[in-house]
Design a protein around this ligand. Structure first.
Ligand SMILES: [Zn+2]
Length: 325
């Protein structure tokens, strides 16, 4: 039992955040190694045992485009056996959404690129054509009777390699358009590492003023070393869900050697140090990282915590808290 002298009904609410693992999708799709289905299942089981409750397990794209994710249906079927796990998939189009619904995904992320040039190059659609596709996906979902949530993921929200600047007004317009088209919630992504903490604070403030909690997630890449600073800036605006990749795997085809998403174990460590409960055991994540590194021999991994290890005699604040409970 808790031994705090403060009566429980007078204690301040515990700050909490969700770290959604996207390494099995965003990470693996960007590297050459094809991880076996058995190892992916192993990864999901260990992440779940470490306390992760939201995992993006793959993407419903044609196998010829991304052979690394060809087994998404099988991996998703396993993820669905773990109680309380929110298993999400990325779906680039209507066909992908059909598969996500058939397979009973808890959540599907439909990517939209706020950069017109990036959208045409990657999705072969304009951003507004993607919005129209989301409306069709919503109608399909409603007709199917499935409960799969639809997340509109607004990418290149802070700039783009092809187009350069992406206007904030355009990001906000498309975010609202996705919700109007039937997305249950939206997320903002710095797909190519253009964001900095000041631009994150500015855009997330405006986005939250516009749609409130329906802006449900922040997705940062650590391409230029500002990933965790950007997470902190978004956290300050009230965002409590962040995407991250174990070992920071992934990258960017336009920037060879560039790192992928914010590193899961570093992010969990930072949040716990800040007194923000994630429900995730960082020691278990470090052990998992070591195993995943073994499956990815030859690939460039990222992250900092694994090199220094956890500080001795200085448990993260949230861990100290639970130790006295
Ligand atoms: Zn990404």
């Amino acid at each position: 039992m808790h031994t705090s002298p403060i009566p429980s009904d007078q204690q301040p609410p515990v700050a909490r955040a969700i770290v959604r693992e996207v390494g099995l999708r965003d990470g693996l799709q960007s590297i050459a190694t094809v991880v076996s289905t058995a190892h992916k299942i192993d990864w999901i089981n260990a992440a779940y045992a470490a306390g992760q409750r939201e995992i993006e397990v793959g993407s419903f794209v044609p196998a010829r485009l991304l052979p690394q994710l060809a087994d998404t249906a099988e991996v998703l079927a396993h993820a669905k056996t773990l109680p309380g796990l929110v298993a999400s998939v990325l779906v680039p189009n209507f066909k992908g959404a059909e598969r996500a619904l058939d397979c009973g995904a808890d959540l599907m992320v439909v990517p939209l690129s706020a950069s017109h040039a990036h959208s045409l190059a990657n999705l072969r659609k304009t951003p507004d054509e993607v919005v129209a596709e989301v409306a069709r996906i919503r109608a399909l979902r409603d007709a199917s009777g499935h409960r799969t949530l639809i997340e509109g993921g607004v990418g290149t929200a802070f700039g783009c390699t092809l187009q350069g600047e992406v206007a904030e007004s355009e990001v906000l317009r498309l975010m609202q358009a996705l919700l109007d088209a039937g997305a249950d919630h939206v997320s903002l992504a710095d797909t190519v590492g253009f964001a900095d903490p000041a631009s994150v604070a500015r855009l997330f403030e405006k986005a939250r003023a516009l749609v409130g909690d329906r802006l449900a997630c922040a997705h940062f890449h650590d391409t230029r070393g500002m990933g965790l600073a950007n997470v902190y800036a978004a956290w300050q605006t009230g965002i409590t869900r962040f995407d991250a990749c174990l070992a920071g795997i992934g990258g960017c085809p336009h920037a060879p050697g560039a790192s992928g998403n914010v590193t899961t174990e570093d992010l969990v460590f930072m949040l716990e140090r800040m007194g923000v409960a994630t429900g995730i055991d960082v020691t278990a994540l470090l052990a998992l990282r070591q195993r995943v590194a073994g499956w990815l021999a030859g690939e460039t991994l990222h992250g900092t915590l694994w090199q220094a290890g956890l500080p001795q005699n200085a448990a993260p604040a949230a861990l100290r808290e639970s130790a006295t409970a």
